[in-house]
Design a protein around this ligand. Sequence first.
Ligand code: NAD
Length: 508
Amino acid sequence: MRAWVFLSGPMGAGKSTLGRALAERLSARFVDLDARIEAAEGRAVAAIFAEDGEDAFRAIEAASALALLDEEPGVVALGGGTVVDPKTRRTLLERGLLITLEAEPHVLRERIAEGSGRPLAGRLERLLAARAAAYAECHAEVRTDAPFEDALAALVAATEARAVVVPLGLRTYRVVFSALENLNAVVADISPTSVIVVTDSNVHDPWGAPMARALNARRLVVLDAGEENKTVGAVERIWDAALDASVDRGALLVAVGGGVVGDLTGFAAATLMRGVRFVQVPTTMLAMVDASVGGKTGFDRPQGKNLAGAFHQPQHVLIDVDTLTTLPDAELRSGLAEVVKSAWLDSEDAVAALERDADALIARDPEALRAAAHRSVVLKARVVALDEMEGGHRRVLNLGHTVGHAIEAARGYRGIRHGEAVSLGMVAAFRMAARLGDERALAHEARLCSLLERLGLPIDLAAWWDEPTAKYIGSDKKRHGDQVGFIVPGAPGEVEVVSLPLHHEFGP
Ligand SMILES: NC(=O)c1ccc[n+]([C@@H]2O[C@H](COP(=O)([O-])OP(=O)(O)OC[C@H]3O[C@@H](n4cnc5c(N)ncnc54)[C@H](O)[C@@H]3O)[C@@H](O)[C@H]2O)c1
């Protein structure tokens, strides 16, 4: 077994019983954290609680859970409160699959009554409420008040799903790589009162219309394709389609398309009747790895792109890389620029994987596309979890975007795609690193350029740099007074946000 599986959930949820069965099914070893603590301490959990207090127990529990990670992976039944500590929880989420087992309170109570010596059993309801946000941050929730074999099957399925979790307390959601037809089960789980599917004129035939039929949507909204249609008028079309269909606040909007459809649908969902839920089904590489995850929604104004919007997280993101089969080559390449960006932000391993897979990606090998997208989504989820509202750390995702955005904007967003501009912007970022004294920057730039070129992306910054581009940087919405926060890259996995005066040299 390669990865850890941690089972969490309240007492009586079945962590030990199902954990043992799951371990057997996966031919993995099983660890019961409470049993391990009792053996190490030489006393029962209840005795540790009574003698030393809950805080002392939690400290022992956190240390024991983290110590496990140095061992060979297996299935672990955690304690009921192990995940309450945010640091332990986030570490477990990063290092393996964290699955929450759930059951109705009356079922839990019956099971607890059968057991003995459970120190917190008397306060079950209060505990469930207090821990709800911590339990929600998981890769999957499995109900154990179903028959045992069904619960075990659901658990096995959850371990196979390769979900990426965006842990945001009660607003936690998952990004799942799977076939489009699996959206039915996702939507059934959300149990909306009605479904409105939003797509665009290019995505309608291959993916939008079949999806609307499969979901039995009350309305299918087909927006005009293209960034020039990312307007408040498009948002109004979504609002009005939903309102004309007399939906209520239990409605679910489903965005099937690229970043434009996703951003517009997300904004319409954020504002319709003060907020309804939405699901993202991205169909471009860019939307898969960037736009569909993180909850930024909005539309363009004549003054600039994305100048009106809101943060509103989706309920779920479903990525089916088969939808890329109809995507034009240039759009695929544009999305791959964001994949390169995220690999460079991530690690040496991620960049090396892209170098290995570059030809397969261009040849649209589904496994290579899935692996690259998966890695990028993991990174994006991690960054969003640390900084949902882009107050600080999330800004690193703007690597290549200060100059890239200026190149696009100075041309009125015509003649160059976003990813192509980001490609040039990343080259500019390494030039900046060199200018700021990083002696390794030239070597990094050469490595980056070679990868970008293999992916068919532009690297000739000088050919695109001109006076209007330089001027545009001064009006970037990410500026603060007369400074701009510039993302300066080092080796893969190393980036720094440097505040630079707007009159600085940003070009080649
Ligand atoms: N919310 C965020 O965090 C975030 C992040 C990055 C970008 N964005 C936004 O995303 C947008 C760019 O996204 P994009 O590149 O996906 O643009 P897009 O939605 O315009 O899609 C690009 C083109 O591909 C077509 N298309 C989409 N899927 C297709 C498919 N499977 N087959 C055939 N054609 C298909 C579209 O109709 C469009 O013509 C921008 O508006 C940008 O602001 C948002």
